[in-house]
Design a protein around this ligand. Structure first.
Ligand code: U2F
Length: 564
């Protein structure tokens, strides 16, 4: 059966069920974005030019909303609690539905069991049953529930599972034995999945798949209206919970901001004004999403106080023509030094409140400054008030961009079939290999008959040898490329090192998430013994890591030029 694009989402909203505040929030969002999804579907259909797309049967099990996992989010929807996750799930459901797939949605253990065909009352079914779904999207809570209730089927079918995982899971934390031996502790378990089965909210590490969400796209007329209607002295503070105002040292930068701008907030409160919010701030209370967007349309500045990390709101603000001002973190925040990240399966260092905004958008839309430096802060405010900025939304956060990306994943990602053999002949560079202090580019010539059907296509591979202490994530970015973990196996052989003219005196094969790598004193080459540990993230001054990089589409970092 072929998948046919859908433009009416009414049936999806029925599938989503009802009752919980979280579901109500999600359904309102879906309804509001329906016209945008329909238009995006039309555009993508045209772009794909009638290619064959098989219809998949998909189960979406939203574990964090189940009573069995405590459902701490639903009661906080109207009280300033996190909404980012609900924004993302609503958009994932919309995208899967619009792409024309068969969809089931579950938000309780009972519904999960009945959809999986687990007989009621049978806690742990020991048998392997046929799974009626090609794909299952869930989260860490849902994964745990499936493991408990699917019996042996879990192992057999886990390659069909996709885990929505906001902040990402690095390979070193995913591999049970390795994580346990080397102290990569996590609160979320070690699942030995292919790291690409974890799907993130922002493109944090290419070790995982970037899932994302959408922000509303404006027409040219709307953009012009917004630009004409901006109040150049109006600032909105990022954060719905009063606790973000407890930030130490905020008096200093707030009083500077207050000299130049009228400060607005959308902080939740019950009956009284939250005492943390100073009297000169105009607090609107938590607003419904459309009204929050309206507020952003008038404002010139959206200012972050350092928390929440990496949410949707800054993208919405920038899409509505605001400048986003945020603090630089020095030293960077990570699971080693910050409570919020502690126990999360990543060592990623976060250098500002919203690294995506800083690195993928940047000036004039995004200013990242040191809030402790009053001069720098004040200069930024003044400069921002003088600058004209247009509303901007990266393509990957439009409905079309998200549809395109999920379409590509569904079409090409296959974690159930073992990868094909590594390619044979590759030719080294003409000039002899030299170890430059910075990353060294290694030419990789491809035999086009190699690994047909592999995805991303192998011809987009470019190998670089990273400088010591440099992760592949960064080494690739330094060259305008992105690390592509599915290409590691091409580089992980003595042959590959030799063809790339890396002078190995000896070769060893071990479990280490930094391998393949080269260590200069001793000229030793290290190969990766465990494919699950191939990792773009991670570095050590001991090694030059051998990095598989690829090109990417402008505004769609998840996809290479020839990846659709
Ligand atoms: C992030 O979660 P948050 O919910 O705190 O993320 P925000 O960026 O604040 O935005 C969530 C949505 O809240 C909406 C706004 C955003 O789409 O339109 N909103 C609103 O409806 N009314 C208002 O008055 C203000 C905003 C992140 F997404 C999570 O993954 C993290 O767990 C969390 C903690 O870091 O931060």
């Amino acid at each position: 059966v072929q998948a046919v694009f859908r433009s009416n989402l009414s049936h999806l909203m029925e599938l989503m069920g009802s009752g919980k505040e979280s579901l109500i929030f999600m359904k309102k969002r879906t309804k509001r974005l329906m016209a945008q999804w329909a238009l995006a579907a039309q555009r993508l259909e045209q772009k794909l030019g009638g290619i064959q797309r098989g219809q998949k049967q998909i189960l979406v099990h939203i574990g964090f909303l189940t009573e069995e996992s405590g459902d701490v989010f639903s009661p906080r929807v109207l009280k300033g609690g996190p909404l980012g996750e609900m924004v993302q799930w609503a958009d994932i459901l919309a995208a899967l539905y619009v792409l024309g797939h068969g969809l089931r949605v579950t938000v309780s253990l009972k519904e999960l069991q009945s959809n999986l065909g687990v007989p009621p009352g049978r806690g742990n079914c020991p048998l392997t049953m046929p799974l009626p779904f090609d794909l299952i999207y869930t989260d860490y809570h849902g994964l745990q529930q499936m493991k408990q209730h699917m019996g042996l089927s879990f192992k057999k079918y886990r390659c069909r599972i996709r885990v929505i995982d906001t902040f990402g899971t690095e390979p070193a934390y995913n591999h049970e034995e390795y994580a346990t031996l080397h102290g990569y502790r996590t609160n979320w378990g070690y699942w030995n999945l292919n790291p690409k089965q974890f799907m993130t909210m922002f493109p944090h590490t290419p070790d995982n798949s970037f899932m994302g969400f959408v922000s509303e796209e404006l027409s040219e007329t709307e953009k012009q209206l917004i630009k004409d209607g901006k109040a150049s002295n109006m600032a909105v503070v990022y954060g719905k919970e009063a606790s973000i105002w407890k930030l130490q040292g905020k008096e200093k930068f707030l009083s500077i901001l207050n000299k130049y701008m009228e400060i607005h907030g959308t902080v939740y409160y019950e009956s009284q004004r939250p005492p943390e919010v100073p009297a000169f701030v105009k607090n609107h209370g938590l607003l419904p999403q459309p009204e929050f967007q309206q507020l952003l349309r008038k404002a010139k500045l959206f200012i972050g106080f350092g928390f929440p990390y990496e949410g949707p709101a800054p993208l919405e603000a920038i899409a509505n023509g605001c400048v986003f001002l945020q603090s630089r973190f020095s030293p960077p925040h990570s699971s080693l030094n910050h409570e919020f990240f502690r126990g999360k399966p990543t060592s990623r260092e976060v250098f500002s409140q919203h690294p995506y905004a800083e690195n993928f958008i940047g000036k004039p839309h995004v200013w990242t400054v040191d809030y402790n430096n009053s001069e720098e802060f004040e200069a930024a405010i003044k400069a921002i008030m003088r600058t004209q900025v247009d509303p901007y939304l990266p393509y990957e956060y439009t409905c079309e961009g998200m549809l395109e990306r999920i379409h590509a994943y569904i079409q090409h990602q296959d974690f159930c079939t073992a990868p094909g053999p590594a390619p044979p002949a590759a030719h080294g560079p003409q000039s002899p290999f030299v170890l430059a202090p910075n990353a060294t580019h290694l030419e990789w010539a491809h035999n086009s008959s190699v690994a047909p059907g592999s995805w991303p296509p192998a011809h987009s591979l470019q190998a670089w040898l990273a400088a010591p202490g440099r992760a592949c994530t960064d080494a690739c970015l330094d060259h305008g490329l992105v690390c592509e973990p599915s290409f590691f196996h091409f580089l992980n052989s003595r042959d590959a090192f030799i063809k790339l003219q890396v002078p190995c005196d000896s070769t060893e094969s071990e479990m280490n998430h930094l391998y393949p790598a080269f260590a200069q004193p001793g000229q030793e080459c290290y190969l990766q013994k465990e494919p699950l540990l191939f990792s773009c993230a991670g570095s050590s001054t001991k090694y030059h890591r051998l990095c598989p990089c690829r090109d990417f589409r402008k505004g769609q970092v998840a996809l290479c030029q020839g990846c659709l």
